[in-house]
Design a protein around this ligand. Structure first.
Ligand SMILES: NC(=O)c1ccc[n+]([C@@H]2O[C@H](COP(=O)([O-])OP(=O)(O)OC[C@H]3O[C@@H](n4cnc5c(N)ncnc54)[C@H](O)[C@@H]3O)[C@@H](O)[C@H]2O)c1
Length: 258
């Protein structure tokens, strides 16, 4: 008889699960036994990702949904029979230089990267409470812990998400819901593609020099999405029982040095 898997009987929702870290997390949690729903504003890619995972025998379904659309999120909450695990992963990159940053850009980035994580969590709260073992994992960034050039909108949102994690952890503790945060460093995904289409940021001369040659990333490489997914899985499962409101950098040691 097959041995039970650690997340057998659990349901998980991953925002931005069509690709990158979200898709890797969908695969990881499903391999651990969870029935996973991925939502993404890019519905076609989400369907394709789910189909590829189903072909591997995993329980994954996809829905097209923009996480800033409150009505669609409410409909999603109503459609889900249960929810034990929520991974707030969807985000957009913004690298507008401070001199060109306008109000609309700044506010859009806050809405997608920070505010939507709160509204999705609150929309799913009934399910997470009913679960009795609810887990929320917010995906922030090293840029939510540090400042860097041309990152005011993105870094502000991610920094907000980091501290929102702590505040939510306090408020949801009485419901037995654990809320934690993962801060990736450099990860090999579409988000790390250079705007001019010339490749990934970690393939550039400056990355090789600063982060690899001089060891600003002590592990001397960018992460694979699956390496972030495994840290997320810790916060989703039963090995995480007395940990809430915590922020884990998964960055190859980047934040340990200067
Ligand atoms: N790639 C990196 O180097 C890196 C580093 C630090 C943090 N992160 C964070 O990790 C998370 C995943 O990033 P990734 O690298 O996999 O990015 P990605 O661009 O590969 O994937 C993000 C997904 O989110 C979806 N999405 C964006 N806005 C949405 C919305 N409004 N509604 C629904 N879906 C939406 C996109 O369609 C996409 O499929 C993000 O929160 C990102 O900020 C990434």
């Amino acid at each position: 008889m097959a041995r039970p898997l650690p997340l057998d009987g659990r349901t998980a929702l991953i925002t931005g699960g069509a690709r990158g870290i979200g898709a890797a997390t969908a695969a990881d949690l499903a391999r651990r036994g969870a029935a996973v729903t991925i939502v993404d504003r890019d519905g076609e890619v989400a369907q394709h990702t789910a189909a590829a995972l189903v072909a591997q025998g995993l329980a994954v379904t996809a829905r097209a949904c923009d996480i800033t659309d409150a009505a669609r999120i409410a409909a999603l909450a109503a459609a889900l029979p249960t929810l034990d695990i929520l991974v707030n992963n969807a985000a957009i990159l913004d690298a507008t230089p401070i001199g060109r940053l306008d109000r609309a850009t700044f506010e859009t980035v806050q809405q997608v990267n920070q505010n939507a994580a709160l509204w999705v969590t609150l929309a799913m709260l009934g399910h997470l409470r009913a679960s009795g073992r609810g887990r929320v994992v917010n995906i922030a960034s090293i840029m939510g812990l540090r400042g860097s050039a041309d990152s005011v909108a993105y870094s502000t949102a991610k920094g907000g998400l980091v501290n929102m994690t702590r505040a939510l952890a306090v408020d949801l503790a009485p419901d037995g819901i654990l809320v934690n945060c993962v801060c990736p460093g450099f990860v090999d995904t579409r988000m790390a593609l250079l705007p001019d289409g010339s490749g990934h940021e970690h393939q550039t001369e400056w990355f090789r020099d600063i982060y690899i040659r001089y060891g600003r990333v002590p592990l001397r490489r960018a992460a694979l999405p699956d390496e972030i997914a495994r840290a997320i899985a810790f916060f989703c499962g039963d090995d995480c029982v007395y940990v809430t409101g915590q922020v884990l950098s998964v960055d190859g040691g980047l934040s340990a040095t200067f």
